[in-house]
Write a protein that binds this ligand. Structure first.
Ligand SMILES: [Zn+2]
Length: 156
């Protein structure tokens, strides 16, 4: 794994302004927290305690924590390019993490899904399930679009 150091995967924290970037980081498999209603001080405390790399567009905030990355661009794709340049992604981890809540997804059989998923059940034997928020994910029409976006981000 290219972005592991000392056997541990780097963990990130996105600040409040980076919700979209945070979701895309998770889709690429980066462990990325998102603050709920914390103050800046609470965010920094959590980052220090858990050794998180802080991603921010706030220069003052950036200067308060040595393990932080100032994202130059307001555009989320440019922000992601900046991150993947510093921490190359692992394709094996794509779509392994819930974009909504950062939990590692599990593969489950579609027959275990409740009512209302007949179409999914007819097309797939397994889907990804998030034990954190209960969402299901499968390779729908948006999957290839997301993948091509990821490829364009990685290639720069
Ligand atoms: Zn989830």
């Amino acid at each position: 794994m290219i972005y592991r150091h000392g056997g541990e995967m780097n963990k990130f924290m996105a600040d409040h302004m980076l919700g979209r970037t945070c979701k895309w980081m998770r889709i690429m498999g980066y462990d990325t927290g998102y603050p709920q209603c914390h103050s800046d001080n609470d965010i920094l405390k959590k980052c220090k305690e858990e050794n998180l790399i802080l991603l921010t567009r706030d220069y003052e905030f950036y200067k308060r924590y040595s393990n932080s990355i100032f994202l130059d661009s307001p555009d989320f794709k440019e922000q992601l390019k900046q991150v993947v340049t510093m921490f190359p992604p692992d394709r094996e981890l794509f779509f392994s993490r819930c974009p909504e809540c950062n939990t590692i997804l599990q593969t489950v059989k579609t027959e275990t899904m409740g009512p209302g998923y007949d179409l999914v059940k007819s097309r797939y034997d397994t889907v990804k399930f998030c034990p954190g928020c209960g969402k299901y994910y499968w390779e729908g029409s948006h999957y290839s679009r997301i993948l091509s976006q990821l490829n364009s981000i990685i290639k720069g």
